[in-house]
Design a protein around this ligand. Structure first.
Ligand code: FAD
Length: 554
């Protein structure tokens, strides 16, 4: 298995290439939408460049509930088309990366005066299955109270009437994004993080180039291109303003917060989609050492580059959990981590945050800026297909010979020979056998495989060449070297937050690994002590902001 080099150690060459060539398409934004577009367009034969102002997936695409789901609640809004599309996408995205998009059974408790009565839940879940063409064992089951309690003894016995039990998938959004970008490189795309689009250049009143600032050096460079798609998520309207085309529809941003607890504090047996007293619904998802819950949904008009979970969000989510799981008595001190993100939704007059549609929309300006916003992580592939179709239609009319969209058949990096989930579980067991002699647990093998798939082999090869006494430091260093060479890791935040998810799912390990990982950065990037100290301070403040919700802080 060969990995494609994708490293900031080659940054000058990458910028040189971006400045020299003429591209068919520049994609602005390295979230899941931009990543999906880059793969779709490159695999059809377009010459593609993708630029991301921060790190890949640093916007909304590392802050979602991390579910590849059909969106049961959209049925209540009669968004049948959306449910059909994203529902059907689940099985496809699972096939493309079975190690990263894992089956996850969902329990929908039916409670007195809840959102769903038995009849509505039964019909709703049936329609959900039909729209998404769910087959076999994955079809929904309706459970009696006793059966529901057997599956999840923590549910509220007094008010429980039964439950729905249905199939969804769980993923890691940031890794899904990076694997799409890496896969696009295999079709000739070029991608760069820490590269901010500042302005556009025009020829005959059409965009013909984008002006980019290298966020690391402060230097500017220009990429010449025939087409530009802005997949800038919450920042889409800013680029429309730069292009003088912010007219008509606009974005409506809502903030969603998730909290993370040690698994022992919220030991649910599987994911639960449950009622919140204010009439909303919320997820609780167990994952390895932790359980996370979310989300809130509130209007947001503040700093888009600094979205944080605050005390009000934390109190709201904790009281919702304590209400549904009465034997659990979570407190603010139990929070070990958190994340907060913005939904880039399309504004609709008079509608509240939760009522706004999750459908995507495409805006094309008179000068050719194509912007895509809204949508879901789950539907990224279809969004990409729709927006790239607009360009390929014009290009083929002008004589270009291009392939049709075939991303439903392109396995993502890390997916070698898996085909089915049972192959993934078998691989986890075999990797565990190989790692056990060094003192690793089954969790460690599971962590590697569900993050990297078969790329775990490369990481273990790097591990074999290292000599650290502490096996966890040695493994993290191997992951870091892999991340720097093949995943454009530039700083400790990229590594701990987006490439490995450790800040969310294993925050204690970040505290343990921070110093040795900083030293490794120093060695590889040859940075000075001042830079090292600056990174250390940022990491300490990230650790504090994500986990400290004490009342004194408020
Ligand atoms: C709380 C929450 C929970 C969610 N849960 C789910 C879920 O479970 N399942 C699901 O399917 N969907 C979910 N979603 C929706 C999903 O996460 C989003 O639809 C998706 O991540 C949006 O991706 P994006 O690429 O459009 O935006 P982003 O991920 O925000 O990417 C846009 C990128 O553009 C970059 N950018 C902006 N301006 C510039 C510029 N000038 N130059 C260069 N780059 C620029 C930004 O830095 C950013 O990285 C959730 C959303 C939220 C907020």
């Amino acid at each position: 298995m060969k990995n494609t080099k994708f490293s900031n150690l080659d940054r000058p060459e990458t910028i040189g290439q971006l400045s020299k060539e003429i591209y068919d398409l520049v994609v602005i934004g390295g979230g899941i939408t931009g990543a999906g577009i880059a793969l779709d367009a490159a695999s059809r034969g377009l010459k593609v460049a993708l630029v991301e102002k921060n790190d890949f997936a640093s916007g909304t695409s590392s802050k979602s509930t991390k579910l590849i789901h059909g969106g049961l609640r959209y049925l209540k809004q009669f968004d049948f088309w959306l449910v059909k599309e994203v529902g059907s996408e689940r099985a496809i995205v699972h096939k493309l990366a079975p190690h990263l998009v894992l089956p996850e059974k969902m329990l929908l408790p039916l409670i007195e005066n809840g959102t769903y009565g038995k009849w509505l839940a039964s019909i709703g879940l049936k329609v959900y299955d039909i729209l998404a063409q769910v087959k076999g064992d994955d079809k929904r089951k309706m459970l009696e109270k006793k059966e529901a309690l057997k599956l999840e003894p923590l549910l509220p016995k007094k008010i429980l009437k039964g439950a729905g039990y249905y199939a969804e998938y769980r993923t890691d959004d940031a890794r899904l994004t990076i694997e799409n970008i890496k896969t696009s490189l295999n079709f000739g795309a070029t991608a760069l993080n820490y590269a901010v689009v500042k302005d556009f250049e025009y020829t005959n009143n059409r965009i013909s180039a984008v002006n980019v600032e290298d966020a690391l050096s402060g230097n500017g460079f220009t990429i010449k291109t025939k087409y530009v798609i802005s997949a800038a998520g919450p920042w889409v309207d800013e680029l429309r303003s730069t292009n003088n085309s912010k007219k008509g529809k606009r974005l409506h941003l809502t903030k969603g917060v998730h909290l993370v607890f040690p698994f022992e504090k919220l030991p649910i047996k599987q994911s639960v989609y449950f009622d919140v007293p204010d009439g909303r619904m919320m997820f609780a998802v167990p994952r390895g050492k932790i359980t996370y819950v979310g989300t809130s949904d509130t209007n947001y008009n503040d700093d888009k580059d600094n979205v944080r979970a605050d005390l009000t969000d934390a109190v709201y989510l904790i009281s919702a959990v304590n209400n549904m799981f009465p034997k659990i008595n979570l407190e603010l001190e139990d929070i070990v981590s958190s994340w907060a993100g913005l939904r880039p939704l399309i504004h609709e007059e008079g509608k509240s945050a939760s009522e706004l549609s999750r459908k995507d929309e495409i805006f094309t300006s008179e000068t050719g800026l194509i912007s895509i916003a809204g949508g879901k992580l789950t539907g990224y592939r279809k969004m990409a297909e729709r927006v790239v179709n607009r360009i390929t239609k014009q290009m083929t009319e002008e004589g270009a010979i291009l392939k049709d969209c075939h991303t439903d058949e392109i396995p993502l990096c890390g997916n070698v020979d898996f085909k089915k989930f049972k192959h993934v579980t078998k691989y986890i067991s075999s990797l565990y056998e190989r790692m056990k002699p060094d003192g690793f647990s089954k969790y460690d093998a599971w962590f590697l495989v569900t993050n990297y798939g078969k790329q775990s082999e490369t990481i273990l090869e790097i591990y074999a060449d290292l000599t650290d006494h502490d096996q966890y430091v040695r493994l993290a260093k191997a992951e870091l070297r892999f991340g720097i060479d093949y995943e454009m890791v530039q700083n400790p935040m990229d590594f701990f937050i987006r490439r490995t998810g450790r800040l969310y799912f294993d925050i204690e390990s970040v505290r343990h690994l921070l110093d040795p990982i900083l030293q490794e950065f120093k060695e590889i990037f040859k940075v000075d002590d001042a830079q090292l100290l600056a990174w250390k301070e940022i990491m300490h403040s990230e650790l504090d902001e994500h986990s400290n919700f004490s009342l004194e802080k408020a």
